[in-house]
Design a protein around this ligand. Structure first.
Ligand SMILES: Nc1ncnc2c1ncn2[C@@H]1O[C@H](COP(=O)(O)OP(=O)(O)OP(=O)(O)O)[C@@H](O)[C@H]1O
Ligand SMILES: [Mg+2]
Length: 342
């Protein structure tokens, strides 16, 4: 049996390093836009082709930290899908993939300009699940045939790490139910899409989630309370879930609650921000790995923070992920964590 299976999006990310002009543009959340000359050719300084997608990113953390790991998701019948499979195998992750007939493997192109990225995302097969993709989930109660049962038993593990987007999030509730019935502990990083479209369902299922990780904006959207009322946000989440919740805030660090204490930590200062893609996944998976290893929240915060810092120092969401030896580096020895009783 695997220690952990990550379930959700898998992509191939292509980074293009280029210099482009940035202008004020109030129509976007950042109030900025990049300018590319229309109908012209533009030289790209460098390119990087790397594994991405929340579920794949998380699986690399678990494997590098020594856990027996599988990654479950959906790809297309194409070269990008093969490449992803090979990357995961090289990482020691067992890919358990459904192959879509009429959708391509998810591929994003990321324009990287001075450490900030603009993502052109094609989600394709990755987020578009139909119930035939998970017969082991749907067939229960109906007497599944042996092939389906076998797949179902392949998916059993001590932990699951769920990060679902698009129509894959339709299967969140049945997946959590399957986990509960099979004694699988669940770490959960909801996508913005899932929070927007399935907010009530998430709230109803938090009682069966062991670890929830969201950023401040997502936490506020999920409970419907502004994060300026931080205590109320945590109170609502703590009332709904017996597990642990981590709310991240980029370079300001993180606040964690286990319902008894609130933990607050900053970050390990990065040497440079090469690319912040994957910081959230590195934190969420690093924290889960820390919980799996020791059950200790302070240890989990330190491991998660070290992983996130190393990830932002590299281009792409996976190259910077740390292993056990990296974590022993003295730069990751001490992180101030304030603990306050609730
Ligand atoms: N520049 C940074 N340097 C060091 N650590 C960082 C940096 N940015 C983020 N982190 C760490 O990673 C954690 C998660 O980052 P963030 O809150 O940006 O996640 P997110 O919004 O989910 O990001 P993503 O876009 O990856 O989904 C933070 O709480 C912090 O500990
Ligand atoms: Mg995130």
């Amino acid at each position: 049996m695997k220690d952990i299976i990550t379930i959700g999006s898998i992509t191939k990310d292509i980074f293009l390093e280029l210099d482009c002009e940035i202008i004020d543009w109030p129509k976007t959340p950042s109030r900025k836009a990049i300018v590319l000359p229309f109908g012209e050719k533009l030289e790209v300084r460098d390119t990087h082709s790397v594994l991405g997608g929340n579920s794949a990113n998380a699986s690399v953390t678990f494997s590098r930290l020594g856990f027996k790991t599988a990654c479950f998701g959906k790809i297309g019948d194409d070269i990008a899908g093969q490449e992803i499979k090979n990357w995961l195998k090289e990482e020691g992750v067992n890919p358990i993939f459904v192959v879509a007939k009429n959708k391509k493997t998810a591929q994003s192109t990321l324009l990287l300009n001075n450490g900030e990225r603009t993502i052109l995302g094609y989600h394709g097969a990755s987020n578009e699940w139909v119930k035939e993709d998970i017969p082991w989930l749907n067939a229960r109660g109906a007497s599944p045939d042996s092939a389906k049962r076998n797949l179902g038993s392949k998916l059993k593990a001590k932990w699951w790490y769920l990060s679902l987007a698009g129509s894959s999030s339709d299967f969140f509730a049945p997946l959590v139910k399957f986990a509960k019935e099979n004694g699988i502990r669940v770490a959960f990083n909801p996508s913005g899409y899932q929070i927007k479209h399935k907010r009530r369902e998430i709230l109803e299922n938090l009682k069966n989630i062991d670890f929830l990780v969201v950023n401040e904006g997502e936490a506020a959207d999920l409970v419907g309370i502004s994060f300026s009322k931080e205590k109320e946000v945590f109170k609502k989440l703590d009332d709904l879930m017996p597990g642990i919740v981590a709310v991240t805030d980029g370079q300001n660090g993180v606040t964690v609650s286990d319902g008894k204490n609130i933990y607050k930590a900053g970050i390990f200062k990065e040497k440079l921000v090469a690319d912040r893609t994957g910081a959230g996944d590195a934190f969420g998976s690093g924290f889960t790995a820390g919980l799996m290893e020791t059950g200790d929240i302070k240890y989990a915060i330190r491991l998660a923070s070290a992983n996130a810092t190393s990830v932002v120092e590299h281009i792409g969401a996976t190259p910077g992920i740390i292993n056990g030896k990296d974590f022993k580096n003295k730069r990751f020895k001490r992180l101030e964590i304030k603990v306050e009783k609730i």
